[in-house]
Design a protein around this ligand. Structure first.
Ligand SMILES: [Mn+2]
Length: 355
C-alpha cells in the first residue's frame, strides 16, 4: 500500500488522472468564430465594436480553456454592391444587403469546414446572414431565438424602419409574400419554416408581431412562461417543438437583451424584467446537452452604452452564455490531458485581440 502510494505521489497529477479517467467531460468542440461588426440595422453607434470587446474580454480563451479547438475567421468585411438602393421603411438597406451576403457565405464556409460557428455581433439584423449561411450548409434547420423582442416585423409593420427588428420575417417562407421585391437580396431565399422557430424571453412585442405569432401558432415562450414553467421546462419544450427527432441542425440566435438589464446593461434596446444570467446559462447548457447545436449568434453587445462597469459585466455575461453553449459546466471541468490541449488558428491576426 505504502509503495503504491509513493509511486502515485511521484507521478505528475496529470498522469495520475489520465489513468483514473479513461474519458473526461471536456468539450472537444471544433469552433469557428466570425465577427460581424455591423450596426446599421439600428441607430445606436457602438454595437459594431461588439466583436472586438468580446474577443478582448476573453471569449476565445474561455473556449480554449476547456478543450475547444478554435479557429478565428476574423471580421466580415464587405463593400456595398448597389449603393443608393432603397426600399421603403428599411433603413441602410444597401449596406445590409451587401454585408449579409458576406456573412452568409462566411458562416457557410465555417460549417462546411466541419466547425460549429459562433458569430459575434453586431446588431441582430445579422441573423439574416448567419441563419441563411447555416441553412445553405446544413439544410432544414431548427432556430431558437432568445430575445426580449420577436424581430418579426416586415417593412410594412415596423414602427421604426430599423432592420434589426425584421430578420425573422425575412427568413421564414410563410411571410415571403408580405415583402416587396428586395433588390440585391436574390442570394437570400426565405426557406426556413416558421414552425421550426421558437422564442424564449419575449417581453416587448409589437402589435403586428403579436398578430403574426398568433396567426402562425409560433412556439413563443415569453417571460411569464419562464415564470410559470421554469427555464428548464421552457427550453425543453422549445427544443421538442422545433426539433422533435433531434435531426435538424440547431441555430441559437442569442440577443444579449434577453437578459435583464441588471445583468447586461450595455445594449441598445434594453427591457427590464428579463432573464437572469443563470437562466441564460441554463438555456445554453441545455442546448449543448442536446448535441444538436450547429451555430450560435451572440448579438447586440454595445460597448458605447453605459459606464465602463456596465460594459464589463455585459461582456462577462456574454462570455458565460457562450461558454455554456460550447460545453462549459458550472460544476467544473476536468484537467485537459496533454493530447487535448487545443490549438488556436487565427485567420486574420490584425482583427484579433489575441495572440
Ligand atoms: Mn432584442
Amino acid at each position: 500500500m505504502n509503495s503504491l502510494r509513493r509511486t502515485l505521489l511521484h507521478r505528475p497529477a496529470k498522469k495520475i488522472f489520465a489513468r483514473l479517467f479513461a474519458s473526461n467531460n471536456n468539450s472537444n468542440a471544433r469552433v469557428g468564430i466570425v465577427g460581424v461588426p455591423f450596426e446599421k440595422g439600428q441607430r445606436n453607434s457602438g454595437v459594431s465594436r461588439g466583436p472586438g470587446v468580446l474577443r478582448a474580454g476573453g471569449i476565445v480563451q474561455d473556449l480554449l480553456s476547456f478543450g475547444c479547438d478554435v479557429k478565428d475567421y476574423g471580421d466580415v468585411d464587405y463593400k456595398v454592391e448597389q449603393p443608393g438602393t432603397q426600399v421603403n421603411n428599411m433603413l441602410e438597406y444597401d449596406d445590409f444587403a451587401s454585408c449579409m451576403e458576406k456573412v452568409s457565405s462566411t458562416v457557410k464556409q465555417v460549417l462546411s469546414e466541419g466547425r460549429l460557428c459562433l458569430s459575434l455581433g453586431g446588431d441582430h439584423s445579422m441573423g439574416v446572414g448567419t441563419i441563411d449561411g447555416h441553412y445553405q450548409a446544413k439544410g432544414d434547420l431548427a432556430v431558437l431565438w432568445v430575445d426580449a423582442h420577436a424581430d418579426i416585423n416586415t417593412n410594412a409593420t415596423s414602427p421604426t424602419g430599423n432592420l434589426h427588428g425584421m430578420p425573422v420575417a425575412l427568413l421564414v417562407k410563410e411571410l415571403a409574400d408580405y415583402w416587396p421585391y428586395l433588390p440585391g437580396m436574390d442570394w437570400q431565399m426565405p426557406k426556413l419554416s416558421i414552425k421550426n422557430i421558437a422564442y424564449i424571453g419575449l417581453r416587448s412585442v409589437d402589435e403586428y408581431e403579436s398578430l403574426i405569432l398568433e396567426k402562425f401558432g409560433v412556439t413563443a415562450f415569453s417571460m411569464e412562461d419562464v415564470e410559470q414553467y421554469g427555464v428548464h421546462e421552457v427550453t425543453r419544450r422549445a427544443l421538442e417543438a422545433i426539433n422533435p427527432h433531434g435531426d435538424r441542425s440547431l441555430h441559437v440566435s442569442f440577443d444579449i437583451d434577453s437578459l435583464d438589464p441588471i445583468e447586461a446593461p450595455s445594449t441598445g434596446t434594453a427591457e427590464r424584467g428579463g432573464l437572469s444570467l443563470r437562466e441564460g446559462v441554463h438555456i445554453m447548457e441545455t442546448v449543448f446537452a442536446s448535441g444538436t447545436l450547429g451555430a450560435m449568434d451572440l448579438v447586440e453587445v454595445n460597448p458605447g452604452i453605459g459606464s465602463e462597469r456596465d460594459v464589463k459585466i455585459t461582456v462577462e455575461a456574454a462570455r458565460q452564455v457562450v461558454r455554456a453553449g460550447f460545453g462549459y459546466k458550472r460544476r467544473g471541468m476536468r484537467p485537459l490531458l496533454a493530447q487535448e490541449i487545443p490549438g488556436l488558428i487565427v485567420k486574420n491576426s490584425s482583427q484579433s485581440e489575441i495572440n
